[in-house]
Write a protein that binds this ligand. Sequence first.
Ligand SMILES: O=P(O)(O)OC[C@H]1O[C@H](O)[C@H](O)[C@@H](O)[C@@H]1O
Length: 545
Amino acid sequence: MTHLTQSASWQALKAMSADLPHMRELFAENAQRFEQLSLKDCGLLLDYSKNRLTDAVLQELLKLAREAGLEQKIAAMFAGEAINTTEQRAVLHTALRAPADADIRVDGVNVVPEVQQTLAQMEAFVEALYSGQWRGYTGKKITDLVSIGIGGSFLGPKIISEALRPYWNGKLQCHFVANVDGTAISEKLKKLDPETTLFLMSSKSFGTQETLTNTLSAKEWFLAKGGSQQDIGKHFAAITSNVAKATAFGIDEDNIFPMWDWVGGRYSLWSAIGLPIAALIGMDNFKALLAGARAMDVHFASRPLEQNMPVIMGLLSVWYNNFFNAQSHVVLTYDHYLRGLPAYFQQLDMESNGKSATLDGNSVDYSTGPVIWGGEGTNGQHAYHQLLHQGTALIPADFILPLQSHNPIGEHHAQLASNCFGQTQALMQGRTFDEALAELADSPLSEAEKQLIAKHKVMEGNKPSNTLLMDKLTPITLGALIALYEHRTLVQGAIWDINSFDQWGVELGKTLGNEVLSRIGAEQNSQDLDASSNALINLFRQGKI
Ligand SMILES: O=P(O)(O)OC[C@H]1O[C@H](O)[C@H](O)[C@@H](O)[C@@H]1O
C-alpha cells in the first residue's frame, strides 16, 4: 500500500463516503449552505454547495491535502523549483503572467525580464501587422495568419481566441492547422492568398512531426504560388525554444519568438504561443487575459486552503474519483463562446494527471486523473445529460455561466441560465418514486401502469455539481477561469503524488509513429512486428484492403 491509502485521513474519508446523508437532507437542514459553501474572488463565484460534502468531510479532505504537502508544493511551483522531477524542470507558467517587477529565478537567473521582453516583441509584431509596416512580398498588408501547431501549441490559442470572439478587432483573420491529415491544411490553403498570408509555426520543441510536415507543406504552397525563397522571412515566423532548428528550417532569426523549457505545452497559451490570440483581440486585451490569470495565481498562492478555489475543486475531484469511483468529470459551458473549453481542459487535465507512477516510482494503488469531457449547454441536455441523471456512472459536473450575455436578445439568456440552474437542481435533488407517482396522478393510465412508469421516472439525485459564475465573459474573467483549472490540476496531482508535468505516454506515441512511418516507406513489407501491426502497415503500402 502507498502512504496515501494508508493514511488516517484516507481511511477516515473511506468510512465517511459510505455513510453520508443525501444532498437533499444537507440542504434541508442548513439554510446557509450556499453562503457557507461558495467562494468569490478574481471575478468568479464558485458555488460548491451541491456536493456530497459535510463539514467533517471537508476537514478530512483538507487534512489529506496538508499531509500530502500541498502547501509546500504550491510554494515550490511559484518559486521555480524543479517540480517536474522526471525532466528536472521548473513549472513556471505563472511567471508568464507575473508583474514586470517580479523576481522569479530558474538556475539563479530571473526569468521575468525575458518574459517581458517577449511580450514587447509580440506587441511590436502585432502593431507592425496592424499598421502595415510589415508587408508581404508584393507589398500588400498581411490579412491572414495561419497558426500551425498541435497539442498545447494549438488548443490554447484556438479555443481561447474563439472564447474571446466578442473582443476581436477585425484587423486580422486567423486560421488554425493542427492535424497532419493533409485535408486540414489543404482546406485552409484553398481560401488563402500567399501575398497576404503569414504562417506562424508554433512548436516549443520544433520537433513535432505534424507541425513540421504542415509547415513544410505551407512553405511548398507559398513557393508554388509565386513566393520565392528570399520572401520566406516576410511570410513565416516561429514560436519555439529551439532556435537552431527553426533557423535551419529556414525561418529568419528575427522572426522567432522564444519559449522556455519551464513552460509546459499545455500551459503555454500565456507565452508567445498565444500570439494568434493577441493578434485577434489586440495586445491590451491579451494583457488583460494575463492579468486575470495573475489574479488567480495570487489567490492560489495566498488564500488558506479552505478558501482556495482551485484547492476546493481539486479536493472534490479527489473525493469523487477515489471514494465514489467517479471515472469521469464533465464540464458544461452555458455560453456558446466557451464551447471549446471542455477540449481545452481535456488536454490540461488528462495529459497532466493521466499517470500511474508515484513520484518515487511506485505504482499507485488508487485511481488518478478522470476522463474529462463535456460540451455546450443547453445542447447536451438533449443528449448525454440523460446518463448524468439516470445512468449508473457517477459523473461530477462543472457548470459554467456568465451572468450577462454578449448577445442579450429577447429572453435567450434567461432561458439559458434557467436551464443551467435547473440542471444542477435536478441532479442534486432527483425525483423520488412518490413524486413521480404524484406527477402521474391525472394520467389515464391504470394504477399498475402508473406504478411501473413511476419506477422508470425515479432519479436518485445526489449527483454532485459545481457552478461557476462570472458577471461577463471578458479577457480578465477568462484568464482567471483558465488559471483556476490549471491550479486545480496541480492540487489533484499533489494529492495523488504524481508528476503532473511530464507526458511520457504521448512521447512513446510519437516515437512509435516515426518507426512505423519508416516501415511504410521501406523497400520490403514489414515482417518483424506483431502480426496485426505488420498486416496494417502492409495493407497501407498496398493502398487497398
Ligand atoms: O509545441 P510542440 O513541441 O510542437 O509540442 C506540441 C505538443 O506535443 C506533445 O503532444 C505534447 O504532449 C503536448 O503537450 C505538446 O503541446
